[in-house]
Design a binder for this molecule. Structure first.
Ligand code: SAH
Ligand code: SF4
Length: 353
């Protein structure tokens, strides 16, 4: 069976052409997941589609809601593997005294691209289970589609999408690029590329390749360390693509006039949180339109790494901002449901053992 969400409208071999638009409309505007429900299609076409395509490749296995409105989904795939998607509530909507809506809730979807990950970062729970397989374009697209469906969001509701869930997006390059094209397409989810951010641990040649696709998305680099020795310990792939090669690749990436490249820096207590590292980071980013996002290390059972204190985080940020580098500290959302990547899946696995 083919997965219909892996296709752009032009690629579907369905005649006449207007039928494709109807099918996309049922799927992406009405969240229908059954060809039988597509009432304006002739019966024989519906029967044919049923034998050739599946619509929704995901089933909900678990759903947890945190007190701050963050929701974490564990999805089952057709072959029995599981992946996570997190829906982050970024901003509470506002109503006036009479209950009229002034602004809507704002959400960001954190999407996974692989079952497991090959990169093997020492701090990452996803890495612990090793690599299983790449997700198909449909499995990536459907994660965003499912958020809209279960939350009953209307067609126009804008969401931000970050490819920062489980797996390394640039290690699943072709499917990832295809999924981004579908998610951006006006006949499917129609999410503006500038609302989408791909995060990579730094596969330098793939960053250069991505730059040539002209997708218009934002790029985030998981830097986490400023010298190669430490970065190798944290991200073993740094042996193949060192900091210099990543920075050089980033310099070739097209950045929208009003945008910046996001550098993620996971702060681990007593490992990479010293003043010297902060100063070196400033130097490293010299000449790049950069923004730094400091992330608190989120501990889990079995790790020796520790979460830094708020004081240390703020000190680190001070050094950067004083030298003119824009820097934010990422709020920890969904703490009570362990919303960091890989953590729900891990919980589910230990329950079934
Ligand atoms: N593979 C890509 C994208 C997904 S990783 C990458 O590495 O950029 C998802 C994000 O979660 C990364 O920014 C990573 O640094 C962060 N992360 C992984 N383990 C974490 C932990 N224990 N605590 C906090 N953030 C973590
Ligand atoms: Fe893979 Fe990213 Fe986790 Fe590293 S941090 S193991 S690249 S998912």
């Amino acid at each position: 069976m083919k997965e219909i969400m892996s296709y752009l409208p032009d690629e579907l071999e369905i005649e006449p052409k207007f039928r494709k638009k109807q099918i996309f409309n049922w799927i992406y505007d009405k969240y229908v997941e059954n060809f039988d429900d597509m009432k304006n299609l002739p019966k024989d076409l519906r029967e044919k589609l049923k034998t050739e395509y599946i619509i929704n490749p995901l089933t909900i296995i678990n759903r947890e809601i945190a007190t701050d409105g963050t929701e974490k989904f564990l999805f089952g795939l057709k072959d029995g593997h599981t992946v996570e998607t997190v829906l982050l509530k970024m901003k509470e909507g506002e109503t006036d005294d009479e209950g009229n809506i002034i602004s809507e809730d704002r959400y960001t979807v954190c999407v996974s691209c692989q079952v497991g990950c090959k990169v093997g970062c020492s701090f990452c729970l996803t890495a612990k289970g090793g690599f299983v397989r790449n997700l198909t374009p449909a499995e990536i697209v459907a994660q965003v589609w499912m958020m809209k469906k279960v939350k009953n969001f209307n067609k126009e509701k804008t969401l931000n999408v970050v490819y920062m869930g489980m797996g390394e997006p640039l290690d699943n390059y072709d499917n990832m690029v295809k999924a981004i094209k579908i998610i951006s397409n006006e006949n499917s989810l129609h999410i503006a590329p500038r609302r989408q951010t791909l995060s990579t641990s730094g596969i330098a040649p793939k960053i250069e390749k991505l730059a040539t696709e002209d997708l218009g998305i934002n790029l985030a680099i998981s830097l986490h360390a400023v010298d190669d020795k430490l970065r190798e310990e944290l991200i073993p792939m740094n042996k193949a693509y060192n900091i210099h090669s990543v920075i050089e690749a980033v310099k070739k990436f097209p950045v929208d006039r009003r945008k910046k490249i996001l550098f993620e820096y996971l702060v681990i207590d007593n490992i990479n949180d010293d003043e010297k590292s902060a100063n070196k980071l400033v130097k490293l980013l010299n000449g790049i339109k950069a923004k730094v996002n400091l992330i608190y290390f989120n501990p889990y059972p079995g790790t020796n790494y520790k979460r830094p204190t708020k004081h240390k985080m703020e000190n680190f940020r001070e050094i950067l901002t004083k030298k003119g580098v824009i820097c934010t500290i990422r709020e920890s959302k969904g703490m009570d449901i362990s919303a960091a990547c890989g953590q729900l899946r891990e919980k589910e696995c230990s329950c079934s053992n």
